[in-house]
Each structure stands twice: as C-alpha cells, then as structure tokens.
Design a protein around this ligand. Sequence first.
Ligand code: UD1
Ligand code: CA
Length: 515
Amino acid sequence: MSESRAAAAIVLAAGEGKRMKSGTPKVLHKFLGRSLLGHVLAATTALDPEQTLVVVGHGREQVVDHLAQIAPDAVSIEQVEQRGTGHAVRLALDSCPELVGAVLVVCGDTPLLSTGALATLIDLHTESGNSATVLTAQVADPTGYGRVIRREDGRVASIVEQSDANTDQRAIDEINSGIYVFDAAALRAALTSVTRDNSQGEEYLTDVIAGLAVVGSAVGALTVDDPREVLGVNDRVQLAEARALMRDRINEQWMRAGVSIIDPATTMIGVGVRLEADAVIHPWTLLEGSTTVAARAEVGPGSQIIDTDIGADAVVRFTTADRTVIGPAASVGPYTYLRPGTVLAAKTRAGAFVETKNAQVGEGSKIPHLSYVGDAEIGEGSNIGAGTIVVNYDGVAKHRTIIGDHVRIGSDTMLVAPVEIGDGAYTAAGSVITEDVPPGAMGVGRAKQRTIDGWVARKRPGSAAAAAAAASSGVKPAGAADSAGDPGKNAPTPTQPPSPSDRPAGETDPEGNRE
Ligand code: UD1
Ligand code: CA
C-alpha cells in the first residue's frame, strides 16, 4: 500500500471506444464480475484517494447510473465533446480549483491495473519531487500505444502517439501506459499550452510531458514489471485478452489459497466469489456474483453458479444455479436448473433434469429425476418420485405447495397447487392431486386401469405386436409365419403377479418411489 496519499484520482472514461463497435460505452463492457471501469476503480479506491473524479461523456447517462451503483462517492465530470485526454483532465481540474498535491490519472480502459503498481508509482512520485511521473511498459508489440522518448541521460523527454510517430519512434518498444501521477499545479499550468495540432486534432494529455520537460520540471518514469498490467482494451480482441489474464490471476490466487482448479483455462471465477480451501472446481465452470463454495465441495464440470452458497461436501455437476442455497453434502445434477429462491438443506438431492424455483427442500429430501418443483416447501426425508410436477401456475396466479416430512410422492404425480401433503403421506404414481392429502394417507387421483383382452389380435391382426403376443401366449395367430421358435420357452409362468387391474384402487402401490 502506498505511503503517500493522492489528493485525487482522475479516471478518464468519456471516450466512445469506436473500435469496440458497440452500442454500449466501452468502459461498461464487463468481465469476471466487473465492468472495465469497475476493475479500474477497484484498483484506485484501494489507495483511498481523497477524491475520485470520473470524466464521463459518451453514453454518460449509462455510465453515471453505473457509477452510482459501484462507486457512489465518485464525482462524475461531464465532457460533452471528447476533445482528447488532455481536455478531459482539464475539465476535471477545473471542477476542483482548490485541488493541490499529487493527482493520479488513469484510463478507464486498463482493467488489469493493480493497486500495488499504482502505490509504487505514487510513492516514487512523492519521494522524487517530480512534477510528473509516468508509468511505462516494455512490450513486444507497441503498436497503437504512445511511445516514450527518452533523452540521452535517460530522462523522459516526451511521448509521441502512434499516429504522429516517425519510423524511428515507432520502433521504440517502451510505451505510455496512460497512467500518471502529476503535481496538480504543474499539470494545471502545462495543460494551458496543449494544442490540437496533431494528426487526430485532439488535446493530448501526453503533450503535458514534453511541456513539463522543456521548462525543466522533473519528469520521472516507472516501468512496470509485468507489461500485461497496463493492457489497454480498445477492441473485443483485447477485451478477451484482458479477461483471460484476469481469469488466470484470480485462479492462481485461489489455487495458492488451497482450492483445486482442475482446468484453470476453462474456469472463470468472478471477483466477488469466495472459496474455502479444499473446494474443488472442475472444468468448464463459471462461478459468478457473490457465490461461495465451502470446503470439500465439488463444483462442475459444466456449471454456471450465480449468487449461490454451496455448502461443505456438496457435489454440483452440470448445473445452472441462480440465487440459490445448496446445503452441505447436497448432491445436484447432472443437468439441473436451480432458479432463484431454491434452498436445498443438508444432504438433499436434486437430480437429472430437475428444475426448481422458490422451493425450500428439507434435510435429506430427494428430487432425483425429471421434475419441476416451484413455489413449494418440502419437509425432511421426503422423496419426490420421477417425473413429478408441481403445478404452481393456474394461468393467472402462482400458488404454493406444501409437502411434509417423510412423504413419498409417487412417480409422475401432478401436485396441483395450492395443495398440502401431510407428514408421512403417499401419493400413487400417475396421480393428479388436487386435494390435500392428510398425514399418513395415500392420495390416489387417476383413472382405474381397464384391460381389454385380445384387443391386438382383433384390431391389429398381422402386426409384429400381434405375432409377439401370440408367441407369448403359445397360440399361433392366423396367417403368421412359423418363426416364433420354441413355444414352450414363452409359456406364461405360474408365479406371475396379479395384473394391476385386479387390485382395489385404494391399495395401489405408489410405484416408482425409487430412491
Ligand atoms: C492513450 C494515450 C497513449 C497510451 C494509451 C494507453 C493519449 C493522447 N494517448 O491512447 O499514449 O499509450 O492511452 O492505453 O492520451 N478519453 C476521455 N476523453 C477524451 C478522450 C479519451 O475521457 O476526450 C478517455 C477514454 O475513454 C479512455 C482513455 O481516455 O478511457 C484513453 O483514451 P483512448 O482514446 O483509448 O486513448 P489511446 O489512443 O488508447
Ligand atoms: Ca486506450
């Protein structure tokens, strides 16, 4: 952390970002949980400058709204016409006539900036008594950046923009990061003589450097150790590059903190996510927003987890979860969609092709297969049979379903809300349950089965079904080829259970209470 405090941080964020080819202002493009501007402000606000001034222009309503959410203390300065970086800084200074001391200037499009590098820059500036200290970088490909021109004694003489540079200057591989610390008074004075006499017709902030150097003010420079820190995002290729670098930085930090990341290249962890040591993140997994993952939980592969708390020892595979709670030792997935308001208690299960919304599921309860559970509360130790649907919407309003403890919902039950299933109750498979089922009762809501013997032989003669049925009963159907094989093998066995139609409806098994 820096020992000297900046009087102000000025963030330049008024440009359109033409090269993004976007309807969204450049600084509002996002990755890993923050906008470009948000990443920059995270680095500057950690330095605790006395004030933060953000110059806004292009798409300013959107940018100002965004600032109100992410940095309510920042003051926005309007730059109606973007006449260049020098003009932008001038407007910011004009809005604070009393401002003196060290002023940090950063661009809103350099999201990989670290607080550490900025702190070192401010300290160097203060200790050396410079009028300006510029952060530079040595890069393999300087194309597009301003080049740093040094004097014979090594001091910075000027910065020349790519479009104004001659061939010799373009060969220089030391670039201007667009990040500086200035003495406020010296900057104010130098800006008065900046012209628009250049290839872009803009007031370049970079011209201040030459202006100060000429009048004999000390201009210093600090070269960053890692040039990737000052990557400027001007187009979507650089946006993707910045995202990948930030992804690596975040993943590395979590791995060093004891989290296993099986494939860092396909794992995206947002800046607001918190993970405990011994959590395991499998490939192709996105952890977003305020998600937390506790010790020994395994998340992924193939999961998108947003604003969700995952408890210790939980397993979450191929799942989308948005604003949910997944309790300790719960098992979720594969192919499961947990929507907002889902709260799965400890040791619960939400299995394949299960969707839940606003559903509270008690400890040890299971929804193992192919179900929709919305606007529902399930007690402890209950099992929801395969294919069960909570019919929460009557076409006008949503209604609640309450399922007690140790309930067994038969497969393919429709629970038409509002409805309540008491503790220890059962429902029969295939039921449409429209009335409450009291504790310990069996709810059956389906037509009694009717079996029409010999229907296939009469209605589908000559079909494969008829042949199979005939072979099974040992009777050769009329006109069938003699190919059924040994009839004895297919004779009915004497131990066959009675057909379901022989059972009274009230005693029907809740088939499919698979656990
Ligand atoms: C700028 C520097 C260049 C440096 C590079 C580093 C100048 C003239 N050039 O070039 O030396 O190598 O950054 O990334 O400063 N902005 C405003 N108002 C304006 C113009 C720009 O607020 O009128 C903002 C933009 O929104 C952006 C930042 O200033 O966040 C830099 O502007 P940009 O046009 O991207 O400058 P570069 O050409 O990248
Ligand atoms: Ca830029």
